[in-house]
Design a protein. Sequence first.
Length: 488
Amino acid sequence: MTSASTGAVHPIPPARWPDAAEAAGSALFSPLSIGPLESRTRTWVPAMVPWRCSSEGLVGADIIDWYGRFADGRPGVLVVEATGIRDVPSGPLMRIGHERFEAGLAELVAEVRKRSAGETLVFLQLIDFLAVKRRPTREDYLRRFLTITDRHREGLEQGGTDEEVREALLALPHEELCALLTEREVRDLEMGYRETVNDTHLPHIADLPRRLPGLFADAAQRARAAGFDGVELHLAHAYTMASFLSPRNRRTDGYGGDRQGRHRLPLEALSAVRARVGGDLAVGCRILGDEAIEGGGRIDDACAAACDLAAGGMDWISVSKGGKFEDARQPRVGEAVYPYTGPSGLECMPTVRVSGPPPFGRNLPLARAVRRALRAAGHAIPVVGAGGMNSFELCERALSEGDCDLVGAARQSLADPDWWRKMELGLGTDIRRCAYTNYCEGLDQKHAQVTCRLWDRDFSAPDPGGGKPARSSDGKRRLLPPPWERDD
Ligand SMILES: Cc1cc2nc3c(=O)[nH]c(=O)nc-3n(C[C@H](O)[C@H](O)[C@H](O)COP(=O)(O)O)c2cc1C
Ligand code: SF4
């Protein structure tokens, strides 16, 4: 089902780059309608969180420079990172849960327009996520967090106060302790407390279907006010909406169980967004073609969801894979579990060490199946494919063979944001090619400012605009890819 990392390394295949005339006649550099808009090319930078907003989630110079740098490469579409729709503290993750975030976001949009000479459409990915706490020490968990129940007393075969029961549990060897705890309690102890959509005993989780459509609509309205061309509802990976779509959603309130129930909340969120922003803002989504976990959704679930979402009015569907909490690596004490550390995480961002097929275009069969299902159901909306897309030929083949309508490249664009433009101008030999070893993802895991190992220690060139290279908070890395020094 999922694949682990192996010692073997898939080599980066050599690439043949087009000259300018071939690029001009290619599918990749041809236009495409996306809802009410037209993308100049079929090139797409998917959302990537770089952890560069202020600790209050506000846009500042660092993040404006960051997206400006991606805009230099003039992709058809640039999707700005997963952005929290609630007004709650979330560290340096971008936020849009209040009007005060609009002004900064508007500056970011203006920078993208300027740096791309108006050639790049800029979308904002909207995300909701549930509480995840750091893994506690055994003592903290048993003395402070565990709710003592009759099950614990019966298991210990002793009565006494809660404090006495806690001390008795603390004295047990680990395996005996785990045998007395529920599955959920063991997870909270070993991985840290984490809420799921099935926790309907918690009023705020029971209430998600009433709260979320309005929150997504408010966020979309603010995104439109800030000047974004579109919003991408994040229905993928480890987050709230993907969990509603998942067969692991066991809610019995009409928002879980069968497919109709599981699709209901994302569709209601879409309707609320549409009702608020009308037809002039493009509205699409990112889904999982395969959750890549035990009991998770597979491609047939994804195809069914895609068809319902298209019928509900989505302007595009971007297809990703995996990235779940359920199989994530155990975090160290004091750290929080991270959804890209297990086998499903590797499926989401495959490296050159992945077992089975190499990472290059590895997830295209999922996009292809979703696209076929959409077409068979009469939906013409574009599908975005991503995962290891790193050469002209790979992109061209994916488009001409019907795997996808737009080609997403995240890490290759991080390694070289100018790569699209270099390709289009016939200067592909200048491209700095991603090594797919996930140094960037390691930084993301630590919520450190994301950079690429191919350029972050190279201080020889100034920042775009001529200033001294801006450095990461630890002072060791440059924050922006060096400018492209053209020879022609
Ligand atoms: C540093 C980093 C941050 C990411 N953040 C997001 C995100 O905010 N939203 C999202 O849907 N995917 C996110 N992804 C996944 C990428 O969009 C993409 O699907 C994945 O990296 C596979 O594509 P690639 O092989 O072209 O990198 C992130 C990936 C990386 C490397
Ligand atoms: S750090 Fe590695 S995997 Fe990430 S973009 Fe750079 S070369 Fe690619």
